[in-house]
Design a protein around this ligand. Structure first.
Ligand SMILES: Nc1nc2c(ncn2[C@@H]2O[C@H](COP(=O)(O)OP(=O)(O)OP(=O)(O)O)[C@@H](O)[C@H]2O)c(=O)[nH]1
Ligand SMILES: [Mg+2]
Length: 382
């Protein structure tokens, strides 16, 4: 072979190797990407979106909709027989149940302080609140040689009511009735606390009060958040504002609030993405949402309501503290009171943080939200 033939042969070889490796690369990339996407899809469990699988499959596709979707699932029965007392059964067992077990024939011996202290400290009240209650109870205990269990119960009840009475605030709907419209309630909290569900429940209450409600889908982070909110809005007869063309929650809230003003809404409920209280940049995002909304409506948001999962116990106190420092919380909604033994955390929220509790969530249905009543709560746990 002469040198020209050798060069041509070598060139052809390089071309073949080049084309071949490109083909191998693109095939490999295609398959790896597909595999990766499939895995991602598979790991997105319905529970992540707060809906049961059957509901998730019924959800209409996400849209920029300004009105509720037609063809959305028919709301399931909303009648709920749950009561605060039944929801708090486990908390009662953990708190009063354990104290009552220390009694003999309805009486507590005087040397009981350590045991009562242990019970109060392990009941998720938070150390300061446990201390305050303990001092009151032991003051009573030390006055006599033996104490009637009933007298201790009465003392504890009085002290707990006093704790909640430290933070009485104007009732949400009463304030709304007399205030300028629309009133804007921004809902914040960590991931999965129950924010979106609670918005559905609040919208449902607003409907019963014949108020026009717009829900702003400010959670632009989670893929299915918009769809989940649309289901709740549909059930509660509220309008929903979401935007597909931006991932900036402040922009969505700005436009949504303008929309709510234009459509004559009485109430605007702003859903926000769940975030950890420790993620400073995400906390700053909430600050920005607040600031941007105040450009549309100077006093907005009129309420910043933190949703706290009661199962978080004392951790909920830490969450609430951080959110409060960042965005100034005006009230707390404690969800999932049903089935937790950690409901005592409500006392810590009131005593240590001076944040009023406005509602408690006692189940997953639209009606499972109850106005917080201190005497009712205290009666249920002690
Ligand atoms: N048992 C019970 N479950 C509740 C309550 N409130 C909410 N949930 C459930 O908690 C789960 C999470 O609720 P979401 O409303 O999606 O929570 P979220 O805070 O919006 O979550 P992110 O948007 O992911 O941060 C869902 O399965 C709800 O049904 C309640 O009061 N009781
Ligand atoms: Mg949500």
């Amino acid at each position: 072979m002469d040198s020209t033939g050798f060069v041509i042969g070598l060139s052809i070889l390089f071309v073949v190797i080049g084309v071949g490796s490109s083909l191998v690369y693109y095939f490999a990339r295609y398959y790896i990407k597909t595999d990766h996407d499939d895995k991602e899809l598979l790991t997105k469990k319905p529970i992540e979106y707060g809906l049961a699988p059957k509901e998730l499959s019924q959800i209409p596709p996400a849209a920029t909709a300004l009105t509720p979707a037609s063809g959305a699932p028919t709301p399931r029965s909303v009648s709920s027989t749950a009561t605060v007392a039944t929801a708090l059964k486990s908390t009662r067992e953990s708190l009063w149940g354990r104290i009552a077990k220390l009694a003999n024939a309805g009486e507590l011996p005087i040397q009981i302080r350590d045991e009562v202290e242990e019970i109060l400290y392990s009941s998720d009240l938070g150390p300061k609140t446990a201390d305050a209650l303990l001092n009151r109870v032991t003051d009573d205990l030390q006055k006599k040689e033996r104490n009637s269990l009933e007298a201790v119960r009465t003392g504890l009840k009085a002290e707990m009511n006093d704790v909640f009475n430290l933070v009485i605030r104007e009732e949400l709907w009463q304030k709304l009735a007399t205030a300028s419209k629309p009133q804007v309630w921004m809902i914040v909290g960590v991931n999965g606390a129950g924010k979106t569900t609670t918005i559905g429940k609040l919208a449902n209450l607003a409907r019963a009060k014949k108020l026009k409600t717009t829900i702003i889908a400010g959670d632009t982070f989670r893929a299915a958040a918009d769809s989940q909110l649309r289901v709740w809005a549909e059930r509660a007869g509220a309008e929903i504002y979401g935007a597909e063309n931006t991932k900036d929650p402040s922009a969505v809230c700005y436009a949504g609030l303008e929309r709510a003003k234009a459509n004559g809404s009485d109430l605007v409920l702003v859903d926000t993405a769940g975030r950890l209280h420790t993620q400073d940049h995400l906390m700053q995002e909430l600050v920005k949402i607040k600031r941007v909304m105040s450009k549309v409506e100077p006093e907005a948001p009129h309420e910043v309501l933190i949703v706290l999962d009661a199962n978080a116990g004392q951790n909920a106190l830490i969450q609430a503290k951080q959110f409060h420092e960042a965005v100034g919380v005006t009230g707390a909604i404690l969800t999932k009171m049903d089935g937790t033994a950690k409901g005592g955390m409500a006392l810590g929220i009131a005593y240590e943080l001076k944040i009023p509790i406005v509602y408690v969530g006692i189940g997953e249905s639209l009606e499972d939200l109850r106005p917080f009543s201190a005497p009712e709560f205290v009666e249920a746990v002690i």
